[in-house]
Design a protein around this ligand. Structure first.
Ligand SMILES: Nc1nc2c(ncn2[C@@H]2O[C@H](COP(=O)(O)OP(=O)(O)OP(=O)(O)O)[C@@H](O)[C@H]2O)c(=O)[nH]1
Ligand SMILES: [Mg+2]
Length: 719
């Protein structure tokens, strides 16, 4: 392979809804570029991009796949991403290293919910977008609907470059209003014959051409002037204008293709080569120190790892983008995370699992290397003397969780290792060893995402596992002040134990003010604050400890012991054994014994007094509440709303957004179990949702009762 310079490289994320035809189009692009000699197809399970067994089983892309093709002396790096939202991690990592998104719209579906989801990511990354209406050969292809849908969302930024002459089963020609030519294909697609636009299409083509010229001119003052002077722009000027429009996200050009029939593919690649921005034309990447890094082949060598995988016969593969400089085979780089030296023993250009060895790569290129010792996704490797770190890819927050365990005991360690490896490959799986819930919990993007993980572990890693309902991390707190005291006294043989503690506890909240006076059960207590310690609890909330001891009734040296006793109870709350939070504790009196008092006595006294006080302070169980946002087509709105209400949701708002109804609600985590599955079946997969942790709130009385009973029963069983 020839060595490519930065201005000969394009990095394209191939995105779009599930089944829009990304993998099929990628295959055609590689075929047209001569990178593969035979064009596979997804239905025969022999594409370059979907090369994992799990992708054949599930009949869809699961991983993002790094590919390249060579066309007209340029190298186009393509990252084929999975369309299903469960695998959005692949979309996010692809967009983080691409300079342009080739966004497929399914020609017989138009804009789908999956399109909407991907749009949110391209918007977040500010990625220039080229739309391609695909599957125009499909019997139900409807180009006009696709355009209308796109315009409904992006308005006049959607600019037609091509339209089909005959969408549907007969599809074989498009009018290109940039070139002002008709492209026509034989039954096998491939190289088109380029013809004059037929008279019947001339008027429409002229009109669209003018619109295209205008939107190209709008992005640059000099072009605008030229346009006013000349009344038109030449092809190069149009390209320059469209490129600027792409970068500013003011122009979304629309192309026409049939990936399956290989029609429109060459022209699309030509456009990407000529117009899609290259890395150096995009805003400069900024490292975590806030400094811009120039995409310069003469600069210090630096690469950013955006993906890793474990490949058969090859081991760990790290996929990177060269951020600066030039890397060469055999070069040593330093990992900025751990200062470890890593050798680039081999460099590859990859097309799925086809690899081409290459000696060197320059800034702006994407490639892979193997056998790195300790390098993960999000790491930066630099040449000695440079210590850049590029910002970590922000993967989507998890929205589905399950508890997992091996089917046979004793395999826990093996499961841990497998999960560790799998989360390396797909960072949207998050593994949590919950000490609190005594469960191993895996978080992911949806039920399908986690079921895929299970299949991989069982079929590939050969470990039988089972999913269990994950427990809820409840919390406990109190709702009114209570007083309690406890004397711990023990006389056995030699030295005894003695400690006595008086305390008041009350709900703590931000800005609570000084303690007391209190009126509890008709009795008044006034206290003097002598010292305050605030503890940020690692499970959330606070414990505030106020020393109000007068006259030295307890020696200050025993206070930490009292605190320790209280903290033990905070860690295993008196109601259900969950963590307690948001409590202010005032220790105002006590007694010591000159000989028998010691730390253990005060620890026990503190713990017991706290336990009693807690139970008298109208304690409540709190549950985690999530903020849930659902986007749903209006026809399913009613069903989705009533389902949410059945999940104790507090609906906070409803609004219309780009053709969807958006519902915002707060929903207890306990009610979100299997939500992705229910939502999908309620809406035939036409809805999407996100959830983020919001706050803890008290559970309703009946649920508190139920939880208390369950805990008592479990305690009795343990005894
Ligand atoms: N008629 C027609 N069918 C197509 C075309 N492109 C893809 N398909 C079919 O659409 C289905 C999905 O194609 P894929 O290429 O796997 O789609 P994808 O976008 O990669 O799907 P995900 O990886 O799941 O997101 C397959 O059955 C393809 O044969 C096309 O241009 N025309
Ligand atoms: Mg695919």
């Amino acid at each position: 392979m020839k060595g490519y310079q930065p201005n000969e490289l394009k990095n394209i994320a191939l995105v779009g809804s599930a089944g829009s035809g990304k993998t099929t189009l990628a295959e055609a692009m590689l075929y047209e570029g001569g990178v593969i000699k035979r064009k596979g197809d997804v239905d025969s399970k022999n594409t370059v991009s979907d090369y994992h067994e799990i992708e054949h089983q599930q009949e869809r892309s699961i991983y993002s796949t790094v590919l390249y093709t060579e066309y007209q002396n340029k190298k186009i790096n393509i990252i084929d991403t999975p369309g299903l939202d469960d695998f959005a991690g692949g979309v996010v990592s692809a967009l983080s290293v691409s300079d342009c998104a080739l966004f497929l719209i399914n020609g017989h579906q138009g804009v789908e919910v999956g399109t909407e989801i991907v749009s949110r990511y391209t918007a977040k990354f500010n990625t220039p977008v080229v739309f391609a209406i695909n599957q125009l050969d499909h019997e139900k292809a409807n180009y006009e609907k696709a355009i209308d849908d796109l315009k409904a969302k992006h308005g006049n930024k959607v600019v037609i470059v091509q339209y089909p002459v005959n969408a549907g089963m007969e599809f074989n020609a498009v009018i290109d209003v940039l070139k002002m030519k008709m492209y026509k294909w034989g039954p096998d697609g491939g190289e088109p014959t380029i013809k004059e636009i037929p008279a019947s299409e001339k008027e429409k083509a002229d009109e669209l051409h003018n619109t295209l010229v205008e939107s190209a001119a709008e992005n640059d003052e000099a072009l605008m002037e030229l346009y006013f002077e000349e009344g038109s722009l030449n092809e190069d000027q149009m390209r320059a204008g469209i490129k600027q429009g792409l970068i500013n996200k003011d122009v979304y050009p629309v192309f026409c293709v049939s990936g399956k029939k290989d029609m429109g593919v060459r022209r699309l690649m030509e456009f990407l080569n000529n117009v899609a921005p290259q890395t150096s034309e995009m805003p400069k990447p900024v490292n975590v120190e806030g400094n811009e890094v120039t995409v310069d082949p003469e600069g210090p060598a630096s690469i950013f790892i955006f993906k890793t995988s474990i490949e058969e016969h090859l081991g760990a593969v790290a996929y990177f983008k060269v951020m600066s400089g030039k890397i060469e085979e055999g070069m040593d780089l330093i990992n900025a995370r751990n200062s470890n030296k890593e050798r680039l023993s081999q460099l590859y250009c990859v097309a799925g699992n086809n690899r081409t060895k290459i000696d060197s790569m320059v800034a702006g290129d994407i490639g892979a290397t193997v056998k790195l010792k300790d390098t993960k996704t999000n790491d930066t490797l630099n040449t000695k003397g440079t210590d850049w770190k590029f910002p970590e890819i922000q993967f989507p927050a998890p929205k589905y969780r399950t508890a997992v365990q091996p089917k046979s005991k004793g395999e826990e360690e093996k499961l841990g290792e497998i999960l560790n490896r799998r989360t390396g490959e797909d960072p949207t799986y998050i593994v949590e060893h919950s000490k609190e819930l005594k469960q191993l919990i895996v978080h992911g993007q949806g039920e399908f995402h986690l079921n895929t993980l299970k299949k991989q572990i069982e079929n590939h890693d050969k470990l039988e596992i089972e999913f269990l309902t994950p427990k809820i991390p409840y919390r406990e707190t109190i709702t009114k002040p209570a007083q309690s005291d406890y004397r711990h006294k023990k006389q056995s043989g030699g030295s005894g134990q003695f400690g006595e503690v008086y305390m008041i506890i009350e709900p703590w909240y931000e800005g609570i003010g000084d303690p007391g006076p209190y009126k509890i059960d008709g009795k008044e207590y006034s206290v003097t604050k002598r010292g305050v310690e605030e503890y940020e609890l690692k499970w959330g909330g606070k414990l505030v400890f106020v020393n109000s001891i007068v006259g030295g009734s307890i020696d200050a040296k025993y206070l930490p012991a009292i605190m320790k006793g209280v903290m033990e109870k905070m860690e295993e709350g008196p109601l259900t054994g969950s963590y307690a939070r948001d409590i202010r504790l005032v220790v105002y009196d006590g007694k010591m014994h000159p000989v028998d008092s010691n730390e253990i006595s005060f620890k026990i006294a503190g713990m017991q007094a706290f336990r009693t006080a807690f139970k008298q302070a109208a304690p409540k169980i709190l549950e985690p509440i999530y903020k849930v946002e659902v986007m749903v087509p209006s026809e399913y709105m009613g069903d989705v709303m009533s389902d949410l209400q059945g999940r104790r949701a507090m609906i906070e708002g409803m609004s219309s957004e780009s053709g969807y109804e958006k519902i915002t609600a707060k929903v207890p985590l306990a009610e979100m179990n299997k939500y992705s599955t229910s939502l999908s079946s309620l809406t035939s997969g036409q809805a999407m949702y996100t959830m983020t942790y919001d706050q803890y709130m008290p559970v309703p009385g009946d649920i508190q009762e139920k939880l208390l009973k369950e805990y008592e029963a479990a305690q009795a069983e343990d005894e």
